[in-house]
Design a protein. Structure first.
Length: 517
Protein backbone atom coordinates (compact mmCIF):
# COMPACT_ATOMS: atom_id res chain seq x y z
CA UNK A 1 0.00 0.00 0.00
CA UNK A 2 1.32 3.41 -0.97
CA UNK A 3 2.07 5.85 1.80
CA UNK A 4 -0.93 7.98 2.68
CA UNK A 5 -0.73 11.67 1.75
CA UNK A 6 -0.68 14.21 4.54
CA UNK A 7 -3.99 15.35 6.02
CA UNK A 8 -4.52 19.11 5.83
CA UNK A 9 -7.81 19.36 7.73
CA UNK A 10 -10.46 17.19 9.39
CA UNK A 11 -14.22 17.86 9.41
CA UNK A 12 -16.55 15.95 11.72
CA UNK A 13 -19.87 14.59 10.44
CA UNK A 14 -22.36 12.93 12.78
CA UNK A 15 -25.86 11.55 12.45
CA UNK A 16 -27.72 10.30 15.50
CA UNK A 17 -30.04 7.39 16.17
CA UNK A 18 -32.02 7.63 19.40
CA UNK A 19 -34.06 4.84 20.94
CA UNK A 20 -36.81 6.01 23.30
CA UNK A 21 -38.66 3.49 25.47
CA UNK A 22 -42.27 4.67 25.58
CA UNK A 23 -43.88 4.59 29.02
CA UNK A 24 -47.08 2.74 28.10
CA UNK A 25 -48.55 0.38 30.71
CA UNK A 26 -48.34 -2.56 28.32
CA UNK A 27 -45.94 -3.69 25.64
CA UNK A 28 -45.99 -2.87 21.95
CA UNK A 29 -47.85 -5.94 20.73
CA UNK A 30 -49.10 -7.59 23.90
CA UNK A 31 -51.11 -6.85 27.06
CA UNK A 32 -48.10 -7.81 29.16
CA UNK A 33 -46.92 -5.05 31.58
CA UNK A 34 -44.02 -2.91 30.33
CA UNK A 35 -40.94 -2.18 32.47
CA UNK A 36 -40.72 1.34 30.96
CA UNK A 37 -43.88 2.27 32.92
CA UNK A 38 -43.16 3.50 36.48
CA UNK A 39 -45.66 1.02 37.96
CA UNK A 40 -43.59 -1.95 36.78
CA UNK A 41 -40.11 -0.51 37.22
CA UNK A 42 -37.81 -2.90 39.07
CA UNK A 43 -39.85 -6.05 38.42
CA UNK A 44 -38.02 -9.32 39.08
CA UNK A 45 -36.32 -10.83 36.02
CA UNK A 46 -38.51 -12.71 33.56
CA UNK A 47 -41.80 -11.80 35.26
CA UNK A 48 -43.07 -9.34 32.62
CA UNK A 49 -43.52 -12.00 29.96
CA UNK A 50 -46.37 -13.77 28.19
CA UNK A 51 -46.82 -16.07 25.17
CA UNK A 52 -46.47 -13.17 22.71
CA UNK A 53 -43.20 -11.97 24.26
CA UNK A 54 -41.83 -15.52 24.31
CA UNK A 55 -43.04 -16.19 20.73
CA UNK A 56 -44.86 -19.35 21.74
CA UNK A 57 -46.67 -21.18 18.93
CA UNK A 58 -50.06 -19.65 18.10
CA UNK A 59 -49.41 -16.34 19.95
CA UNK A 60 -50.38 -13.35 17.80
CA UNK A 61 -49.43 -9.68 18.19
CA UNK A 62 -51.98 -6.87 18.66
CA UNK A 63 -50.85 -3.24 18.23
CA UNK A 64 -50.73 -0.87 21.22
CA UNK A 65 -52.72 2.21 20.15
CA UNK A 66 -51.31 4.44 22.91
CA UNK A 67 -47.76 3.74 21.73
CA UNK A 68 -48.73 4.91 18.25
CA UNK A 69 -50.24 8.10 19.69
CA UNK A 70 -47.15 8.79 21.79
CA UNK A 71 -44.97 8.35 18.70
CA UNK A 72 -47.14 10.78 16.73
CA UNK A 73 -46.79 13.35 19.53
CA UNK A 74 -43.00 13.13 19.32
CA UNK A 75 -43.14 13.34 15.54
CA UNK A 76 -45.27 16.47 15.64
CA UNK A 77 -42.97 18.04 18.24
CA UNK A 78 -40.07 17.42 15.83
CA UNK A 79 -42.02 19.02 12.96
CA UNK A 80 -42.31 15.71 11.12
CA UNK A 81 -44.88 14.72 8.53
CA UNK A 82 -47.16 11.96 9.81
CA UNK A 83 -47.81 9.08 7.47
CA UNK A 84 -51.39 8.60 6.33
CA UNK A 85 -50.69 4.89 6.06
CA UNK A 86 -47.93 2.91 7.71
CA UNK A 87 -47.24 -0.78 8.23
CA UNK A 88 -45.20 -3.24 10.28
CA UNK A 89 -42.20 -5.16 9.00
CA UNK A 90 -40.16 -8.05 10.28
CA UNK A 91 -36.46 -7.28 10.74
CA UNK A 92 -34.81 -10.68 10.80
CA UNK A 93 -31.81 -11.51 12.93
CA UNK A 94 -31.07 -14.06 15.58
CA UNK A 95 -30.07 -12.95 19.04
CA UNK A 96 -30.68 -14.79 22.32
CA UNK A 97 -32.63 -11.89 23.88
CA UNK A 98 -35.03 -11.72 20.90
CA UNK A 99 -37.14 -14.88 21.24
CA UNK A 100 -38.90 -14.66 17.85
CA UNK A 101 -35.68 -14.46 15.84
CA UNK A 102 -36.96 -11.21 14.33
CA UNK A 103 -37.97 -7.76 15.53
CA UNK A 104 -41.25 -6.13 14.53
CA UNK A 105 -40.23 -2.73 13.19
CA UNK A 106 -41.00 -0.35 10.31
CA UNK A 107 -38.90 -0.24 7.18
CA UNK A 108 -40.08 1.69 4.12
CA UNK A 109 -43.19 3.38 5.57
CA UNK A 110 -42.19 4.96 8.91
CA UNK A 111 -44.85 6.58 11.08
CA UNK A 112 -43.07 9.99 11.16
CA UNK A 113 -40.66 11.42 8.58
CA UNK A 114 -39.06 14.57 7.11
CA UNK A 115 -38.80 16.66 10.30
CA UNK A 116 -36.57 19.56 11.32
CA UNK A 117 -35.59 21.06 14.67
CA UNK A 118 -33.46 24.03 15.74
CA UNK A 119 -30.78 23.27 18.31
CA UNK A 120 -29.78 26.37 20.34
CA UNK A 121 -26.18 27.52 20.31
CA UNK A 122 -24.29 26.66 23.50
CA UNK A 123 -21.13 28.01 25.07
CA UNK A 124 -18.02 26.11 26.18
CA UNK A 125 -19.68 25.24 29.51
CA UNK A 126 -22.75 23.78 27.84
CA UNK A 127 -25.07 26.72 28.60
CA UNK A 128 -27.40 28.26 26.05
CA UNK A 129 -25.58 31.13 24.37
CA UNK A 130 -26.25 33.83 21.84
CA UNK A 131 -25.78 32.72 18.25
CA UNK A 132 -27.46 31.08 15.31
CA UNK A 133 -29.23 27.80 16.16
CA UNK A 134 -28.20 24.69 14.25
CA UNK A 135 -30.87 23.17 11.98
CA UNK A 136 -31.01 19.39 12.32
CA UNK A 137 -33.02 17.31 9.87
CA UNK A 138 -35.06 14.36 11.12
CA UNK A 139 -35.11 11.54 8.57
CA UNK A 140 -37.66 9.39 10.36
CA UNK A 141 -39.14 8.30 13.67
CA UNK A 142 -40.53 4.79 13.58
CA UNK A 143 -41.98 2.35 16.08
CA UNK A 144 -40.60 -1.06 16.91
CA UNK A 145 -40.26 -3.42 19.86
CA UNK A 146 -37.27 -3.57 22.15
CA UNK A 147 -35.17 -6.66 22.70
CA UNK A 148 -34.50 -8.28 26.07
CA UNK A 149 -31.27 -7.99 28.02
CA UNK A 150 -28.30 -10.34 28.02
CA UNK A 151 -26.21 -10.43 31.21
CA UNK A 152 -22.67 -11.77 31.27
CA UNK A 153 -22.28 -11.73 35.03
CA UNK A 154 -24.69 -12.76 37.76
CA UNK A 155 -26.64 -10.23 39.84
CA UNK A 156 -24.30 -8.70 42.38
CA UNK A 157 -21.36 -8.91 40.00
CA UNK A 158 -20.55 -12.59 40.54
CA UNK A 159 -18.54 -14.01 37.65
CA UNK A 160 -20.16 -16.75 35.55
CA UNK A 161 -18.91 -18.72 32.53
CA UNK A 162 -22.19 -18.41 30.64
CA UNK A 163 -24.73 -15.71 29.79
CA UNK A 164 -28.20 -15.27 31.25
CA UNK A 165 -31.15 -13.50 29.68
CA UNK A 166 -33.88 -11.30 31.14
CA UNK A 167 -36.84 -11.02 28.75
CA UNK A 168 -38.71 -8.36 30.76
CA UNK A 169 -37.71 -5.62 28.33
CA UNK A 170 -38.51 -7.69 25.21
CA UNK A 171 -41.51 -6.20 23.42
CA UNK A 172 -41.36 -2.79 25.12
CA UNK A 173 -42.52 -0.03 22.72
CA UNK A 174 -39.45 1.61 21.24
CA UNK A 175 -39.42 4.79 19.17
CA UNK A 176 -36.33 5.09 16.99
CA UNK A 177 -35.52 8.65 15.89
CA UNK A 178 -32.98 9.03 13.10
CA UNK A 179 -31.40 12.38 12.22
CA UNK A 180 -29.62 13.57 9.13
CA UNK A 181 -25.80 13.67 9.49
CA UNK A 182 -26.01 17.41 10.17
CA UNK A 183 -23.97 17.63 13.37
CA UNK A 184 -20.50 19.14 13.08
CA UNK A 185 -19.41 19.13 16.72
CA UNK A 186 -19.89 16.91 19.77
CA UNK A 187 -21.42 19.92 21.57
CA UNK A 188 -24.21 20.10 18.97
CA UNK A 189 -25.00 16.40 19.42
CA UNK A 190 -25.15 16.69 23.21
CA UNK A 191 -27.29 19.82 22.98
CA UNK A 192 -29.75 18.02 20.67
CA UNK A 193 -29.77 14.93 22.90
CA UNK A 194 -30.57 17.01 25.99
CA UNK A 195 -33.29 18.89 24.12
CA UNK A 196 -34.86 15.69 22.78
CA UNK A 197 -34.89 14.08 26.23
CA UNK A 198 -36.59 17.16 27.64
CA UNK A 199 -39.17 17.26 24.83
CA UNK A 200 -40.04 13.60 25.38
CA UNK A 201 -40.37 14.12 29.13
CA UNK A 202 -42.59 17.18 28.69
CA UNK A 203 -44.77 15.15 26.34
CA UNK A 204 -45.03 12.46 29.01
CA UNK A 205 -44.03 9.68 26.61
CA UNK A 206 -41.04 8.47 28.64
CA UNK A 207 -39.56 8.81 32.11
CA UNK A 208 -36.25 9.52 30.34
CA UNK A 209 -34.07 7.97 33.05
CA UNK A 210 -30.85 7.36 31.17
CA UNK A 211 -29.36 4.89 33.66
CA UNK A 212 -32.39 2.63 33.18
CA UNK A 213 -32.08 2.64 29.41
CA UNK A 214 -35.21 4.71 28.78
CA UNK A 215 -33.21 6.64 26.18
CA UNK A 216 -30.18 5.25 24.33
CA UNK A 217 -28.07 7.22 21.86
CA UNK A 218 -26.14 5.82 18.92
CA UNK A 219 -24.03 8.38 17.03
CA UNK A 220 -22.95 7.51 13.48
CA UNK A 221 -19.57 9.20 13.17
CA UNK A 222 -17.21 9.79 10.29
CA UNK A 223 -14.81 12.48 9.15
CA UNK A 224 -14.16 14.32 5.91
CA UNK A 225 -10.40 14.55 5.36
CA UNK A 226 -8.87 17.20 3.13
CA UNK A 227 -5.58 15.85 1.86
CA UNK A 228 -2.46 17.50 0.59
CA UNK A 229 -3.29 18.63 -2.92
CA UNK A 230 -6.93 19.38 -2.14
CA UNK A 231 -8.52 15.93 -2.53
CA UNK A 232 -11.18 15.01 0.05
CA UNK A 233 -12.02 11.53 1.36
CA UNK A 234 -14.67 10.31 3.79
CA UNK A 235 -13.65 7.81 6.43
CA UNK A 236 -15.90 4.78 7.12
CA UNK A 237 -18.84 5.41 9.45
CA UNK A 238 -18.53 4.16 13.00
CA UNK A 239 -21.81 3.54 14.85
CA UNK A 240 -21.30 3.58 18.62
CA UNK A 241 -24.06 1.58 20.29
CA UNK A 242 -26.25 2.07 23.35
CA UNK A 243 -24.81 5.17 25.01
CA UNK A 244 -26.86 6.10 28.06
CA UNK A 245 -25.22 9.31 29.26
CA UNK A 246 -24.41 12.65 27.68
CA UNK A 247 -20.85 12.26 28.92
CA UNK A 248 -20.51 9.01 26.97
CA UNK A 249 -22.00 10.57 23.83
CA UNK A 250 -19.48 13.41 23.96
CA UNK A 251 -16.58 11.10 24.80
CA UNK A 252 -17.29 8.63 21.99
CA UNK A 253 -17.59 11.36 19.36
CA UNK A 254 -14.46 13.19 20.45
CA UNK A 255 -12.50 9.93 20.55
CA UNK A 256 -13.59 8.95 17.05
CA UNK A 257 -12.82 12.45 15.74
CA UNK A 258 -9.24 11.99 16.89
CA UNK A 259 -8.97 8.30 15.96
CA UNK A 260 -10.49 8.12 12.47
CA UNK A 261 -7.80 10.20 10.72
CA UNK A 262 -5.15 8.00 12.38
CA UNK A 263 -6.94 4.83 11.20
CA UNK A 264 -7.14 6.22 7.67
CA UNK A 265 -3.43 6.91 7.67
CA UNK A 266 -2.90 3.21 8.47
CA UNK A 267 -5.45 1.46 6.22
CA UNK A 268 -6.77 4.18 3.81
CA UNK A 269 -10.27 2.67 4.05
CA UNK A 270 -13.00 4.98 2.77
CA UNK A 271 -16.74 5.12 3.34
CA UNK A 272 -18.64 2.68 1.16
CA UNK A 273 -20.75 -0.45 1.12
CA UNK A 274 -19.72 -2.93 3.78
CA UNK A 275 -17.32 -0.50 5.44
CA UNK A 276 -19.50 0.58 8.38
CA UNK A 277 -18.36 -0.58 11.82
CA UNK A 278 -20.38 -1.14 14.99
CA UNK A 279 -18.45 -0.13 18.10
CA UNK A 280 -19.00 -0.17 21.83
CA UNK A 281 -17.83 2.51 24.25
CA UNK A 282 -15.53 1.75 27.17
CA UNK A 283 -16.31 4.54 29.62
CA UNK A 284 -13.44 3.56 31.94
CA UNK A 285 -10.68 3.59 29.32
CA UNK A 286 -12.33 6.28 27.17
CA UNK A 287 -12.06 4.31 23.91
CA UNK A 288 -14.37 2.69 21.36
CA UNK A 289 -14.07 -1.07 20.84
CA UNK A 290 -15.04 -3.07 17.75
CA UNK A 291 -18.18 -5.19 18.10
CA UNK A 292 -18.86 -6.22 14.50
CA UNK A 293 -18.79 -5.08 10.91
CA UNK A 294 -22.16 -3.35 10.41
CA UNK A 295 -24.89 -5.05 8.40
CA UNK A 296 -26.54 -3.24 5.50
CA UNK A 297 -30.35 -3.02 5.35
CA UNK A 298 -30.69 -5.95 2.93
CA UNK A 299 -28.97 -8.24 5.45
CA UNK A 300 -32.01 -7.97 7.73
CA UNK A 301 -34.37 -9.41 5.04
CA UNK A 302 -37.20 -7.00 5.82
CA UNK A 303 -40.69 -8.04 4.76
CA UNK A 304 -44.22 -6.96 5.84
CA UNK A 305 -45.44 -8.70 8.99
CA UNK A 306 -48.38 -10.92 7.94
CA UNK A 307 -49.89 -10.93 11.45
CA UNK A 308 -50.45 -7.16 11.69
CA UNK A 309 -52.71 -4.94 9.62
CA UNK A 310 -51.47 -1.58 8.26
CA UNK A 311 -52.22 1.54 10.32
CA UNK A 312 -54.22 4.37 8.75
CA UNK A 313 -53.73 7.79 10.42
CA UNK A 314 -56.71 10.02 9.68
CA UNK A 315 -56.47 13.81 9.84
CA UNK A 316 -58.97 13.76 12.71
CA UNK A 317 -56.89 11.31 14.72
CA UNK A 318 -53.70 13.33 14.07
CA UNK A 319 -55.36 16.55 15.27
CA UNK A 320 -56.69 14.82 18.39
CA UNK A 321 -53.13 13.78 19.22
CA UNK A 322 -51.83 17.28 18.45
CA UNK A 323 -54.27 18.61 21.03
CA UNK A 324 -52.48 16.59 23.74
CA UNK A 325 -49.15 18.34 23.16
CA UNK A 326 -48.29 20.81 25.96
CA UNK A 327 -46.16 23.91 25.54
CA UNK A 328 -42.69 22.61 24.75
CA UNK A 329 -39.43 23.60 26.50
CA UNK A 330 -38.02 26.00 23.89
CA UNK A 331 -41.34 27.84 23.68
CA UNK A 332 -41.46 28.17 27.47
CA UNK A 333 -37.87 29.36 27.49
CA UNK A 334 -38.60 32.14 25.00
CA UNK A 335 -41.74 33.11 26.94
CA UNK A 336 -39.83 33.37 30.23
CA UNK A 337 -37.37 35.78 28.62
CA UNK A 338 -40.06 37.87 26.93
CA UNK A 339 -42.72 37.94 29.68
CA UNK A 340 -40.66 37.75 32.87
CA UNK A 341 -37.44 39.46 31.78
CA UNK A 342 -35.25 36.49 32.66
CA UNK A 343 -31.77 36.09 31.22
CA UNK A 344 -31.44 33.38 28.56
CA UNK A 345 -29.35 31.22 30.90
CA UNK A 346 -31.92 31.51 33.68
CA UNK A 347 -34.75 30.53 31.35
CA UNK A 348 -32.73 27.61 29.95
CA UNK A 349 -31.98 26.34 33.47
CA UNK A 350 -35.67 26.42 34.37
CA UNK A 351 -36.73 24.26 31.42
CA UNK A 352 -33.84 21.81 31.76
CA UNK A 353 -35.97 19.42 33.85
CA UNK A 354 -39.71 19.01 33.31
CA UNK A 355 -40.69 18.63 36.97
CA UNK A 356 -38.62 21.62 38.08
CA UNK A 357 -40.18 23.70 35.31
CA UNK A 358 -43.71 22.73 36.34
CA UNK A 359 -42.85 23.48 39.98
CA UNK A 360 -41.61 26.93 38.93
CA UNK A 361 -44.83 27.62 37.06
CA UNK A 362 -46.88 26.44 40.06
CA UNK A 363 -45.01 28.98 42.21
CA UNK A 364 -45.85 31.74 39.70
CA UNK A 365 -49.52 30.75 39.78
CA UNK A 366 -49.51 30.78 43.59
CA UNK A 367 -47.93 34.26 43.66
CA UNK A 368 -50.51 35.54 41.21
CA UNK A 369 -53.18 34.10 43.49
CA UNK A 370 -51.80 36.36 46.24
CA UNK A 371 -52.10 39.44 44.01
CA UNK A 372 -48.66 39.67 42.41
CA UNK A 373 -48.64 40.52 38.70
CA UNK A 374 -47.30 37.89 36.29
CA UNK A 375 -44.01 39.57 35.23
CA UNK A 376 -43.00 40.21 38.84
CA UNK A 377 -44.09 36.73 39.92
CA UNK A 378 -42.05 35.13 37.14
CA UNK A 379 -38.91 37.00 38.18
CA UNK A 380 -39.32 36.40 41.92
CA UNK A 381 -40.17 32.71 41.49
CA UNK A 382 -37.10 32.24 39.28
CA UNK A 383 -34.88 33.79 41.96
CA UNK A 384 -36.21 31.41 44.61
CA UNK A 385 -35.97 28.29 42.42
CA UNK A 386 -32.54 29.05 40.93
CA UNK A 387 -30.92 30.46 44.07
CA UNK A 388 -32.48 29.34 47.36
CA UNK A 389 -33.78 26.13 45.81
CA UNK A 390 -30.85 25.11 43.59
CA UNK A 391 -28.34 25.70 46.40
CA UNK A 392 -30.12 23.30 48.74
CA UNK A 393 -30.96 20.81 45.99
CA UNK A 394 -27.28 20.54 45.05
CA UNK A 395 -26.29 20.00 48.68
CA UNK A 396 -28.82 17.17 49.11
CA UNK A 397 -28.52 15.60 45.68
CA UNK A 398 -32.21 16.04 44.83
CA UNK A 399 -34.31 18.21 42.55
CA UNK A 400 -35.77 21.52 43.82
CA UNK A 401 -39.31 20.16 43.81
CA UNK A 402 -38.16 17.30 46.07
CA UNK A 403 -36.90 19.55 48.88
CA UNK A 404 -40.24 19.51 50.70
CA UNK A 405 -41.21 23.15 50.26
CA UNK A 406 -44.46 23.77 48.40
CA UNK A 407 -45.17 26.27 45.64
CA UNK A 408 -47.71 27.90 47.96
CA UNK A 409 -45.05 28.37 50.67
CA UNK A 410 -42.67 30.01 48.18
CA UNK A 411 -45.46 32.38 47.18
CA UNK A 412 -46.13 33.30 50.82
CA UNK A 413 -42.41 33.97 51.45
CA UNK A 414 -42.39 36.16 48.34
CA UNK A 415 -45.42 38.06 49.65
CA UNK A 416 -43.73 38.72 53.02
CA UNK A 417 -40.64 39.92 51.17
CA UNK A 418 -42.66 42.22 48.89
CA UNK A 419 -44.48 43.65 51.94
CA UNK A 420 -41.14 44.41 53.59
CA UNK A 421 -41.81 42.01 56.48
CA UNK A 422 -38.67 39.94 55.87
CA UNK A 423 -35.30 40.83 54.39
CA UNK A 424 -33.54 38.97 51.59
CA UNK A 425 -31.33 36.91 53.91
CA UNK A 426 -34.30 36.11 56.12
CA UNK A 427 -36.32 35.05 53.06
CA UNK A 428 -33.61 32.58 52.10
CA UNK A 429 -33.45 31.23 55.66
CA UNK A 430 -37.23 30.97 55.72
CA UNK A 431 -37.10 29.00 52.44
CA UNK A 432 -34.81 26.48 54.13
CA UNK A 433 -37.06 26.23 57.19
CA UNK A 434 -40.10 25.55 55.01
CA UNK A 435 -38.22 22.69 53.36
CA UNK A 436 -38.05 21.09 56.80
CA UNK A 437 -41.61 21.95 57.90
CA UNK A 438 -43.86 21.53 54.85
CA UNK A 439 -47.43 22.55 55.60
CA UNK A 440 -46.53 24.97 58.41
CA UNK A 441 -47.75 28.57 58.34
CA UNK A 442 -44.95 30.64 56.79
CA UNK A 443 -45.52 33.81 58.84
CA UNK A 444 -45.81 31.85 62.08
CA UNK A 445 -42.45 30.16 61.38
CA UNK A 446 -40.90 33.54 60.53
CA UNK A 447 -42.18 35.03 63.79
CA UNK A 448 -41.05 32.08 65.91
CA UNK A 449 -37.54 32.23 64.42
CA UNK A 450 -37.27 36.00 64.80
CA UNK A 451 -37.09 36.62 61.07
CA UNK A 452 -39.77 39.30 60.81
CA UNK A 453 -38.47 42.84 60.35
CA UNK A 454 -38.91 45.18 63.32
CA UNK A 455 -40.45 48.45 62.06
CA UNK A 456 -39.02 50.69 64.78
CA UNK A 457 -38.16 54.07 63.23
CA UNK A 458 -36.53 55.38 66.41
CA UNK A 459 -34.29 52.32 66.64
CA UNK A 460 -33.42 52.58 62.96
CA UNK A 461 -32.46 56.27 63.38
CA UNK A 462 -30.28 55.35 66.34
CA UNK A 463 -28.53 52.51 64.48
CA UNK A 464 -27.83 54.74 61.45
CA UNK A 465 -26.39 57.54 63.61
CA UNK A 466 -24.19 55.08 65.48
CA UNK A 467 -22.79 53.60 62.25
CA UNK A 468 -22.15 57.05 60.73
CA UNK A 469 -20.30 58.13 63.87
CA UNK A 470 -18.07 55.01 63.75
CA UNK A 471 -17.38 55.30 60.01
CA UNK A 472 -16.76 59.01 59.47
CA UNK A 473 -14.48 58.57 56.44
CA UNK A 474 -16.97 56.33 54.60
CA UNK A 475 -19.79 58.74 55.46
CA UNK A 476 -17.71 61.63 54.09
CA UNK A 477 -17.14 59.68 50.86
CA UNK A 478 -20.90 59.21 50.46
CA UNK A 479 -21.52 62.92 51.11
CA UNK A 480 -18.86 63.65 48.48
CA UNK A 481 -20.73 61.71 45.84
CA UNK A 482 -19.30 58.18 46.18
CA UNK A 483 -22.77 56.72 46.51
CA UNK A 484 -21.61 53.09 46.12
CA UNK A 485 -19.84 53.39 49.48
CA UNK A 486 -23.23 53.53 51.21
CA UNK A 487 -23.45 49.72 50.89
CA UNK A 488 -20.81 49.31 53.59
CA UNK A 489 -22.77 51.51 55.98
CA UNK A 490 -26.00 49.64 55.25
CA UNK A 491 -24.25 46.37 56.02
CA UNK A 492 -23.10 47.70 59.41
CA UNK A 493 -26.65 48.79 60.27
CA UNK A 494 -27.98 45.34 59.32
CA UNK A 495 -25.48 43.78 61.74
CA UNK A 496 -26.64 46.06 64.55
CA UNK A 497 -30.24 45.21 63.74
CA UNK A 498 -29.52 41.49 63.87
CA UNK A 499 -31.10 41.04 60.44
CA UNK A 500 -34.42 42.46 61.60
CA UNK A 501 -34.24 45.57 59.45
CA UNK A 502 -35.11 45.91 55.77
CA UNK A 503 -31.94 46.74 53.80
CA UNK A 504 -33.96 48.79 51.32
CA UNK A 505 -35.41 50.97 54.10
CA UNK A 506 -32.00 51.25 55.77
CA UNK A 507 -30.49 52.47 52.51
CA UNK A 508 -33.22 55.11 52.14
CA UNK A 509 -32.77 56.41 55.71
CA UNK A 510 -28.98 56.42 55.43
CA UNK A 511 -29.21 58.22 52.08
CA UNK A 512 -31.37 61.00 53.59
CA UNK A 513 -29.00 61.43 56.52
CA UNK A 514 -25.98 61.79 54.18
CA UNK A 515 -27.66 64.09 51.70
CA UNK A 516 -28.15 61.45 48.99
CA UNK A 517 -31.83 60.76 49.56
Amino acid sequence: MAAAPAIQSVKLKVGLEVHVELATRTKMFSRCPSPAHPEFDGAAPNTLIDPVVLALPGALPVMNREAVQMAIMVGLALNCSIAQRTKWDRKSYFYPDLPKGYQISQYDLPLCFDGMVSVPAIDEKGFVAEGEPKQIGIIRAHLEEDAGKLLHEAPGGRAIDFSIVDWNRAGTPLLEIVTQPDFETADQVVSFARMLRNICRFLGVTEGIMQKGHMRFEPNINTILTLEGGKTVATPITEVKNLNSFKSVRGAIEYELAEQPRRWMEDQREMGRGQKRTMGWDDVRGVTTLQREKEDAHDYRYFPDPDLVPVVISEKWKEEVRGRIPELPLSRQRRYVEEYGLAAKEAAALVEERDTCLFYEAAIAAMQGLGMDAPRAGKVAANFVLQSGAKRANERGVMVQELGITAAAIARIAQLREEGKVGSNAADELFGLMCETPGADVEVVARERGLLIVRDDAALDRWCDEVIAKNEKVAADVRGGKVAAIGRLVGEVMKLAGGKADAKVVREVMGRKLGQG
